[in-house]
Every structure is written in structure tokens, then in C-alpha cells.
Design a protein around this ligand. Structure first.
Ligand code: ATP
Ligand code: MG
Length: 332
């Protein structure tokens, strides 16, 4: 079987400011190399494609592959992540991972939350803020709140200043984010409880990987307990996988993750971030349709590893899940 390994052309990535994507280049290079090794070891005939910002569509349409392993991330403002999926769908090239519709929804935290709410899945109360509509004078939930750009990842725009306690701080931080990101913002109720990330693998069966907890026990007192840009960049918090949780909570997190995948119509792989509210009830924060896949560093392969699925096996499992899904779609 011919597997196309598609990733971002590295040269344009090098032009991006460190502050906008601290590990972008290194993460992409490490991930491509590891996935390539795993696919080779699995006996697949691997063909690589480093997609430039303006790809040759004719050449892509003529690419002789059976399935694409898409590693394109939206390093330049998140757009390319869905554009590459759109190209593959448009050209009718089978690929691993969610359809365009699901990527589009997951990339936008506000749309994700609309789908979750509509599906009865708990998520913190929220409001969208757009620059044109002016600053909000009242929130439909009490402070403290957290403010974030509506479509970023890797905690871009999430810093110590993201937690706001009154309208003055909200407005100040909103102005700073509008200036930096030129996109709408999401303000939501700050959940004070434990934080988890849940990985899903496959479709039928849909497997839940061991749950990982982000541990804030040794967090500096003066900092808000959020997995901020600084925290991710410098790998600050401790992470515990499998999380030390009792059965009712574990089942609840698993149930919410599976319900979210169904509601968002994702495929093959998904990583969800969840947090407990003041009463200990889990809520879904956001969904990552293309979670980081860098061995050892990224959460998703770490969770697989904790479940006895080595990185190489994980990659093969993803290929098999996509193949099976596409086969069953074809025969439907
Ligand atoms: N409503 C909330 N209540 C409490 N903490 C929150 C809330 N929303 C976000 N956080 C904190 O901020 C972190 C980053 O938020 P979020 O997961 O939405 O950003 P992201 O940039 O999309 O992350 P990723 O790197 O997973 O793509 C979370 O891991 C969590 O610690
Ligand atoms: Mg997150």
C-alpha cells in the first residue's frame, strides 16, 4: 500500500517568529521523521510531499498514493491545517483523520462549543467577543473568566493575563489580544478544578487512551493555574498518565470524550481537553482534531504509550483505522 506523507514545507516555517510558534519547525521535523520511520517499519511504500504555501494542485491530483498521512499544521495562523484537508477532499484523495467539516469546527473554539452545547455536552459558559461589536458590558456568568483567541492552539494567546477578574481587566486583555491576533475572542467561565486530556483512537471500535492529568500541585502560588503558553513552551507542569482517578470520574471523562467525538463528527484520532468545575463535574474545554504527534513530547503519543501502544504501533493503528473507515464508507 502506498502511503503519502504530507507535511509543511520547512523553509517557510523558518520565517515564522519564535513567539508565534516556538517549537513549530523542530516539532514538524521530529514528527515527520518519526512517522516516516514507523510507516517504513510497517512495510508501507511511503511517498513524501512537503506542501508549500501555494501548492501545485495538478501535481497533487496526480499523486500516486492510496492514503495520505496528513501532518500539515496551521503554523501560519492555523488556516493551512484546514486548507490541506480541503485540498485532499476536493481532489478525492483518501486521508487519515477527520473530514473537513470536523476540522473546521474544531479549529474554532466557539463553533466547537456551539456543537457541544447543542449536543448536551457540558462546556463552560461562554461568549464571543468581536472587535466590531465593541466590548461587552456584562457577562452571562460571574468572574473570574478566561479570555482566548477564537482559533489558535498550543496555548497561543493564553498567558498569565488571560485570567480576568473584572471588566477593566477583561477589556485590557481583549485589546491586547485583538492587537496581537486580529481575530475574534472567546471569554468563558474559569473552571477551578483538575484538568485532564483524553485521547481517542480509531472509529469502530473507538478506543479511549489512558487519561492524562495536568498537575498544578507545585504551581507557583502567584500564577493562575492554567496550562499557558509559557507553561507549554517551557514544559512546566507535571503530567500524570494514567491519571490517578476513581472509576466514576474516569467513566464520566471517557463518556464525554466519546460523545464529543460523535457530536463533532471526527474520525480516527482526537484529543480533548477537559476540566472539573467547582462541584467536581467535568466539562469539555476544546477538541484537537489534529493533535501533536511528536514522540515523547506530544500528549497524544504519550497517552498511547501509557496504554502499551508504542509510537510505531500507534502510526500503524491510525493507518488501519482510516483504511477500515474508508472501506466501510465505500461499501455503505
Ligand atoms: N474555561 C477554562 N477554565 C480553566 N482553565 C482553562 C479554561 N480554558 C482554558 N483553560 C486553560 O488554558 C489552557 C489552554 O486552553 P485551550 O486548551 O483552550 O488552548 P489551546 O491553545 O487550544 O490548547 P492546545 O495546545 O491543546 O491546542 C488549558 O489547557 C487550561 O489549562
Ligand atoms: Mg488545549
Amino acid at each position: 500500500m502506498k502511503v503519502g506523507l504530507m507535511y509543511n514545507d520547512i523553509a517557510p516555517l523558518r520565517q515564522i517568529l519564535w513567539a508565534e510558534n516556538p517549537h513549530g519547525v523542530q516539532q514538524m521535523e521530529a514528527t515527520v521523521a518519526a512517522v516516516r520511520t514507523a510507516l517504513d517499519a510497517g512495510g508501507y511504500d511511503v511517498k513524501e510531499w512537503a506542501l508549500p504555501p501555494a501548492p501545485d494542485l495538478g501535481a497533487l491530483a496526480a499523486w500516486d498514493v492510496d492514503l495520505v498521512f496528513n501532518l500539515i499544521t496551521g503554523i501560519t495562523g492555523k488556516a493551512l491545517q484546514i486548507h490541506s484537508v480541503a485540498l485532499l477532499e476536493m481532489l478525492d484523495i483518501p486521508f487519515i483523520g477527520s473530514p473537513l467539516e470536523a476540522h473546521t469546527v474544531c479549529l474554532n473554539k466557539w463553533l466547537t462549543k456551539l456543537v457541544l452545547v447543542r449536543s448536551g455536552i457540558p462546556t463552560p459558559p461562554f461568549q464571543r467577543i468581536s472587535q466590531s461589536s465593541g466590548f461587552i458590558k456584562s457577562l452571562p456568568f460571574p468572574f473570574p473568566a478566561i479570555l482566548k483567541p477564537i482559533r489558535e492552539g498550543s496555548s497561543l494567546g493564553i498567558t498569565q493575563n488571560s485570567v480576568v477578574h473584572n471588566h477593566r481587566e477583561l477589556e485590557q486583555q481583549a485589546r491586547a489580544l485583538f492587537d496581537q491576533f486580529q481575530q475574534d475572542l472567546l471569554v468563558e467561565a474559569l473552571l477551578p478544578g483538575r484538568e485532564f486530556t483524553v485521547g481517542l483512537l480509531g472509529n469502530d471500535p473507538l478506543r479511549v487512551l489512558p487519561i492524562q492529568e495536568i498537575i498544578y500541585a507545585r504551581w507557583p502560588q502567584h500564577l493562575p493555574k492554567i496550562y499557558s503558553f509559557e507553561a507549554k513552551t517551557y514544559d512546566l507542569p507535571a503530567r500524570q498518565c494514567p491519571a490517578l482517578i476513581r472509576n466514576p470520574l474516569r467513566k464520566n471523562l471517557e463518556r464525554l470524550a466519546i460523545a464529543s467525538a460523535k457530536a463533532l463528527n471526527t474520525a480516527d484520532l482526537l484529543r480533548l481537553d477537559l476540566r472539573l468545575d467547582a462541584n467536581g463535574n467535568p466539562m469539555v474545554l476544546e477538541a484537537n482534531a489534529l493533535p501533536g504527534l511528536q514522540p515523547i513530547y506530544s500528549e497524544y503519543p504519550r497517552m498511547a504509550e501509557a496504554g502499551g501502544i508504542s509510537f510505531e504501533l500507534l502510526i500503524i493503528e491510525l493507518v488501519k483505522a482510516a483504511k477500515q473507515r474508508i472501506g466501510s464508507e465505500g461499501s455503505a
